[in-house]
Design a protein around this ligand. Structure first.
Ligand SMILES: Cc1cc2nc3c(=O)[nH]c(=O)nc-3n(C[C@H](O)[C@H](O)[C@H](O)COP(=O)(O)OP(=O)(O)OC[C@H]3O[C@@H](n4cnc5c(N)ncnc54)[C@H](O)[C@@H]3O)c2cc1C
Length: 276
């Protein structure tokens, strides 16, 4: 079990990890190297690092966190579960346990498809590795909105009767995967059938797998208090759930690296203080 788990590998997450290590706490950062900052061509307003690209800045932060002994694990956290004395985080087939959680998930929250929440766990899944066996020999759709979509589709192709891939391909797909250019607009379902709606047309499938690089807050952790799209925090970056902190763009404006880094630091120090 880790002392602290950080969800999101951006400036807030790396700052939280660096400062947790300064308090000698074990810490793991979970996330992809693809956050908002990587899109910034140039950052000119962060003290001490003038004229640097977002990608470069992110790499330096990551290397610093690693050098200080933080672990960095690629993946998307699907759910944070409050287990009383600790927290369990599911990332595909993997599971991480920690005493404290710091959410650094950024401002860019995915928009759920109409019907998605209603059929989650009843035909809709976020994890191929976890749920593929339920659809062995069946027909499934993959809605690709994240980096894991291709590898998960290729994995499903080995088990399912058919896999239909909706979305952008960033790597080579298994030749058994059927590629469909249509955009998925919704998930439909009733007692008889379930599937996706694309270009106004209902296409039935036994299961629909949706892969994204981030999760909607409501799906990530139930009971988390939010104000619009932002997580509510106090000045110590504590959320309404004891043991859960939040930092960076996910707590509100201004959406700036300096604020994200500062909040990551405060959250880590406050979390470390609560660990006996
Ligand atoms: C084009 C552009 C230019 C910018 N220019 C500047 C600038 O000049 N100066 C400045 O100060 N700021 C700038 N910004 C804003 C800056 O990038 C953000 O304020 C900063 O990155 C916020 O850091 P963060 O760690 O809070 O969130 P992010 O950098 O968004 O990182 C959050 C990370 O969490 C991940 N994540 C989300 N959910 C999950 C999950 N469930 N599991 C695992 N990982 C998850 C996301 O994929 C992402 O990698 C710019 C942004 C953009 C897009």
């Amino acid at each position: 079990m880790f002392d602290i788990v950080v969800v999101g590998a951006g400036p807030a997450g790396y700052s939280a990890a660096i400062n947790a290590r300064k308090r000698d706490k074990s810490v793991v950062v979970i996330g992809q190297h693809t956050g908002w900052l990587a899109k910034a061509e140039k950052i000119e307003n962060y003290p001490g690092m003038p004229d640097i690209s977002g990608e470069e800045m992110l790499s330096i932060m990551r290397d610093q966190a690693l050098a200080m002994g933080a672990q960095v694990r690629p993946g998307v956290v699907h759910q944070v579960i409050d287990m009383g004395e600790s927290f369990g985080l599911s990332l595909g087939a993997d599971f991480v346990e920690a005493k404290k959680v710091i959410l650094c998930t950024g401002a860019k929250q995915p928009k759920l498809l109409p019907g998605e929440e209603m059929f989650l766990g009843r035909g809709v899944s976020y994890c191929g590795t976890c749920d593929a066996m339920l659809y062995r020999g069946k027909h499934v759709a993959v809605v690709a909105q994240g980096h894991e979509a291709v590898s998960e589709a290729n994995f499903l192709a080995g088990l399912c009767q058919s896999v239909t891939f909706f979305g952008k391909q960033e790597e080579a797909l298994d030749p058994r995967v059927i590629v469909c250019d249509e955009k998925v607009e919704a998930i439909f379902g009733d007692d008889r059938a379930r599937g996706v709606v694309a270009q106004g047309r209902e296409i039935p499938f036994d299961g629909v797998f949706i892969f994204r690089d981030a999760m909607a807050l409501s799906a990530l952790m139930s009971g988390l208090s939010a104000s619009g799209a932002f997580i509510r925090v106090d000045r110590q970056m504590r959320t309404n759930i004891p043991g859960v902190f939040a930092a960076g763009d996910c707590t509100g404006l201004p959406l700036q690296v300096a604020k994200a880094v500062g909040e990551g630091c405060i959250a880590a120090l406050a979390a470390a203080q609560e660990i006996k």
